[in-house]
Each structure stands twice: as structure tokens, then as C-alpha cells.
Design a protein around this ligand. Structure first.
Ligand code: NDP
Ligand code: 2IT
Length: 449
């Protein structure tokens, strides 16, 4: 019979690492959560007796498959496709698909694990999953991307469904890819059901979904500032990334009177000391989503300095929004931000900040929100897309933006309620504990399964 106090971080992490060798991103995501959950679980032995943490860190199942496709010259390519169905205690598996050359099981398991607590925080009935492929969409023609997506869906279609698992986008999977994937599912199954979110508005997509992650991230920052009697007006903001999340974080910041001074991509960053206005941002959106070129082209057009191969964190700013990818902000970057008296960081990406950098921000007691809280707006509006598909109706922009705002405000309140300690809100602690209890209680209720 397990004893209530036999759970220690060291022992737990040693077991996790032994069972999942070499999966460094997965280890990192679990360690960050377990650091907070283990002391909490010690206070509620029922979770330990039922081995909830062990069950929560073991995916329900992982599907791995071969994806063969032909390029425009007729050459055959082979990629590896995945779907990690992590946990469906509170709803169907839900989470994005990532197409990027770096995709591997460790990355998808970290993303799927983070998704459990994030989806719980939205208050919507959403379980957690993540998938994707090591396919690199860069430099591929539209027809090549279409053939890849169709081949990928031939296998994925066997495992998803509106009440089973509902994928969406992530890095390298935007409206173009979702359209090809959804079209192929519809053809294979001869049915029109909401098996994916992020769809085009013409075929069951939700208004505000495209904007939701970036907008939600800025709303979250707004709430953190408000909690400290401050606001966004006139704040200079450094953003990394120039994809879906970064684009709409930038737009909302501009709309709310802040000044966006950097954006980046995998080739470097552009610094615009005058601030990127809406017209310039539209240019960036077109460059990244239609022309699919490097941000250096934007820098050339507006005669701005492009910092090739560099990250933007040394540019002095009031607020920072890492919106590109995991581990893009390390301890040295954190030191630069702190040296320049940065007031707060809201993660738009998933786990963009290393554990050491998070600790540096917390030690300095500046505002820091983890992605599972501040980027939950994307999956939240995905949840609302599922609702609209179920009732076969479409809500207005205003209705959806209002709902998104309420959800982000609630998440902020939950983080404060569970993370407040000695005058400082530890948003990482707050998000982990608030997200955990609903899922854990559902798992307890089901018994041993
Ligand atoms: P996109 O593919 O639209 O954009 C990704 C951006 O990040 C691009 O600017 C890309 O540059 C850059 N990038 C990707 N990989 C790297 C890298 N290794 N180094 C430097 N830059 C890189 O993806 P999203 O905007 O959708 O996703 C961004 C982040 O937000 C991810 O962490 C994702 O998991 C997270 N997220 C996304 C949500 C969504 O709704 N889309 C919801 C919640 C979180 P380039 O153009 O050169 O490739
Ligand atoms: O990381 C994420 O939350 C996403 N990529 C969005 C998932 C979704 O199902 O909308």
C-alpha cells in the first residue's frame, strides 16, 4: 500500500526519466509542473494513493505512422507522423498538430502534457493531445503541402473524431494545412463533422480563432498589469516570432496603445524603434503567410536593421512576449531583460522560457505568466468552435471576443487565487494547481483506469 508521503520530486523525476529516456523537453515540462504539484499532493494524500501524477504523465496512447508522399518532380519522400492522445478525463483529446523538421516524441509529449492543464484552465470540456510530423513545409509548393496533408490524414483519420480527438494548428500548420487536412477527412469518411478546429470561416471555422492565442496573451498581460495598478499604454514591447501567435499579439498590443519594437523568425529579428504600426504589421502578415519569406525582406523594405541569427531579448523594453518556440529565452536572455528593467513576460509560445530563466524572473519578482495560462486563448476559442459546430451555428466576432476576454480574466483570477504568496503572484504555481485539480478529481472519480 503506497504511503501518503512517499512522493518526492527527486524520486518521481528519476522514475519518469528512466521510463522516457532522452526526452529532454518532456522531462523539463513535467519537472516544472511536478515541482509545484508534489507539495500540493502531499497535502491531499488521495491523489498520491491513486497515483494521479504517475497516471497524468503517462499518455493514454501514442500513435506513430509512416507518411509517404510525392514531390512535384515525382520523387518519393517518407516522414514520420504522430498523435499523442494524452488524457481525456474531462473531454475529447484536443490540441494542435505541428509540422516542423525538429518534431519528435519528446517535443510532442511535452506539448501534450502542457495541454492537459491548459485545457483544464479554459473551464471548457477539453481533454489533451498533440501531434504532427517531422515534415518541413519550408520551400514546398502548395501542391506538395497538399499531398503531404492528404497522406497524413489517411492514417490520422482512423484515430480522430468530433467526440474522440479534435486536432488544430500549431507551428507549420495554419489555415492552408487545416483546409487540406479537413478536406481529406471529409472525402475519406463522407461526412462533414467538426473533427478539427481552426477551419476556414466558409466551412465551420470560428470567428476570432485565428486571432485568439495572440489576443488572449495580451489580455492576460493586461490583467497582470491591472492587478498591479498598471496598464499597457505606452509600454514598449519585444515580441519574438512572426507567425500566428506573434502576429495577433502584436495587433492587439498596437490596438491597446502599446509599442511593438521587435518581431523575429528563425533567421533573426527586426528592430523598429518607432514601433510597428498596423500597416507595417499587415505587411509582415502577408510576408509570412502568403509569400512565406524571411523577415529580412520586411527589414529591407522599411530600411530597418535586421539582426541575423539573433534573438531580440537584449533590446530594452517594458514587456516581453516570447511567441516563437520552446526554450527560446534562456538564463542569459533573462539577465538582459532584467538588466534593462523589463516589467513582465507573458509566454505566447509553449515553454519558450527555460527553467533557469523562469527562476531568475521569479527571484526578481517581476510578472511572469506561463504559456499554459497566457496562451490558452487559442484552444479556448477552439473549444468554442466545437460548440458552434455541435449546435450548427456561428457566433459573431463580438460574442467570441467577449467570451475570450472572460476566459482569460478567469484564468488570471484562478492563477492569483492559487499562486499568491507573500505579496507576489507566482503564476506558474497558480496555473499548475488550478489546472490540476479538475482533471485529477475526474480521474479519481473514474476509479482505477
Ligand atoms: P507559426 O508556425 O505560425 O509561427 C512560428 C514562428 O516561430 C515563426 O515566426 C517561425 O519562424 C518561428 N520559429 C519556429 N521555430 C523556431 C525556432 N526553432 N527558432 C526561432 N524561431 C522559430 O506557429 P504559431 O505562431 O502557431 O506557434 C508559435 C508558438 O505558439 C508555438 O510554441 C506553439 O506551440 C504556440 N501556440 C500556438 C497556438 C496556436 O493557436 N497557433 C496556441 C498556443 C500556443 P519561421 O517563419 O522562420 O519558421
Ligand atoms: O498549443 C496550443 O494550445 C495549440 N496549438 C492550439 C490547440 C487547439 O486545439 O486549438
Amino acid at each position: 500500500m503506497p504511503k501518503p508521503n512517499d512522493l518526492t520530486l527527486e524520486h518521481f523525476m528519476a522514475g519518469l526519466k528512466r521510463r522516457n529516456p532522452g526526452e529532454t523537453e518532456f522531462h523539463q515540462a513535467v519537472e516544472e509542473v511536478a515541482t509545484y504539484l508534489i507539495p500540493y499532493i502531499q497535502k491531499f494524500p488521495k491523489y498520491n494513493t491513486a497515483r494521479i501524477l504517475e497516471r497524468l504523465t503517462e499518455p493514454d496512447r501514442i500513435i506513430i505512422f509512416r507518411v509517404c508522399w510525392e514531390d512535384d518532380e515525382g520523387s518519393v519522400h517518407v516522414n514520420r507522423g504522430y498523435r499523442v492522445q494524452f488524457n481525456n478525463a474531462i473531454g475529447p483529446y484536443k490540441g494542435g498538430l505541428r509540422f516542423h523538421h525538429s518534431v519528435n516524441l519528446s517535443i510532442l509529449k511535452f506539448l501534450g502534457f502542457e495541454q492537459i492543464l491548459k485545457n483544464s484552465l479554459t473551464t471548457l470540456p477539453l481533454g489533451a493531445g498533440k501531434g504532427g510530423a517531422d515534415f518541413n513545409p519550408k520551400g514546398k509548393s502548395d501542391t506538395e503541402v497538399m499531398r503531404f496533408c492528404q497522406a497524413f490524414m489517411i492514417e490520422l483519420s482512423k484515430h480522430i473524431g468530433e467526440n474522440i480527438d479534435v486536432p488544430a494548428g500549431d507551428i507549420g500548420v495554419g489555415e492552408r494545412e487545416i483546409s487540406y487536412l479537413f478536406g481529406q477527412y471529409k472525402r475519406l469518411k463522407n461526412e462533414f463533422t467538426g473533427i478539427m478546429t481552426g477551419k476556414g470561416l466558409e466551412f465551420g471555422g470560428s470567428k476570432i480563432r485565428k486571432e485568439a492565442t495572440g489576443f488572449g496573451c495580451v489580455y492576460f498581460m493586461q490583467e497582470m498589469l491591472k492587478h498591479h495598478s498598471d496598464d499597457l499604454t505606452g509600454k514598449s514591447c519585444v515580441i519574438s516570432g512572426s507567425g500566428n501567435v506573434a502576429q495577433y499579439a502584436a495587433l492587439k498590443l498596437i490596438q491597446l496603445g502599446a509599442k511593438v519594437i521587435t518581431m523575429s523568425d528563425s533567421t533573426g529579428f527586426v528592430h523598429d524603434p518607432d514601433g510597428i504600426n498596423e500597416e507595417k504589421l499587415n505587411n509582415i502578415i502577408e510576408l509570412k503567410t502568403v509569400k512565406r519569406q524571411s523577415l529580412s525582406e520586411y527589414a529591407k523594405k522599411y530600411k530597418l536593421k535586421f539582426h541575423e541569427g539573433k534573438k531580440p531579448w537584449a533590446v530594452p523594453c517594458h514587456l516581453a512576449f516570447p511567441c516563437a518556440t520552446q526554450n527560446e529565452l534562456d538564463e542569459n536572455d533573462a539577465k538582459e531583460l532584467l538588466k534593462n528593467r523589463c516589467l513582465g513576460i507573458a509566454e505566447g509560445a509553449n515553454m519558450p522560457t527555460t527553467i533557469e530563466a523562469v527562476k531568475a524572473f521569479q527571484k526578481a519578482k517581476i510578472l511572469f505568466s506561463p504559456g499554459k495560462a497566457s496562451n490558452a486563448g487559442g484552444v479556448a476559442v477552439s473549444g468554442l468552435e466545437m460548440t458552434q459546430n455541435s449546435i450548427r451555428l456561428s457566433w459573431s466576432d463580438k460574442e467570441l471576443e467577449d467570451r475570450l476576454r472572460v476566459i482569460m480574466t478567469n484564468i488570471h483570477e484562478e492563477c492569483v487565487a492559487h499562486g499568491w504568496e507573500d505579496g507576489y503572484v507566482d503564476y506558474v504555481k497558480g496555473a499548475n494547481i488550478a489546472g490540476f485539480s479538475k482533471v485529477a478529481d475526474a480521474m479519481l472519480a473514474y476509479g482505477v483506469i
